[in-house]
Design a protein. Structure first.
Length: 109
């Protein structure tokens, strides 16, 4: 049996993400992780507990926990209104922007 090296992580990711549906799912989950981290970071900077944020949002602590949890997936993704309420509760303003994708350069022959 001959040795076959495992493809590097970058090569494997490139191959997997070549599928547009898989790429879209990956990007959605990556964004979900980023949002969850930002929420937790802002709450901690405001020196607030999840329960305090929940009180300001007129909801319950488990709801705030679920909002901050990236593992809950798209099934429990917070709505924009919920994100606005969370931001206000921790003394922030929510800003959503669209960033244009980089255009691919086309090589002329």
């Amino acid at each position: 049996m001959s040795y076959k090296p495992v493809a590097s992580h970058d090569k494997l990711m490139k191959k997997i993400l070549a599928d547009t549906e898989t790429h879209a799912e990956y990007e959605a989950f990556r964004l979900h992780l980023e949002v969850a981290e930002q929420l937790k970071l802002r709450r901690k900077k405001a020196k607030m507990t999840q329960e305090e944020v929940a009180d300001h949002m007129h909801t319950y602590k488990p709801t705030v926990s679920r909002i901050e949890s990236a593992t809950s997936g798209a099934k429990h993704s917070p709505s924009i209104i919920t994100l606005f309420k969370y931001a206000a509760a921790v003394g922030c303003k929510l800003k959503i922007i669209l960033i244009p994708k980089r255009k691919r350069s086309t090589a002329k022959s």
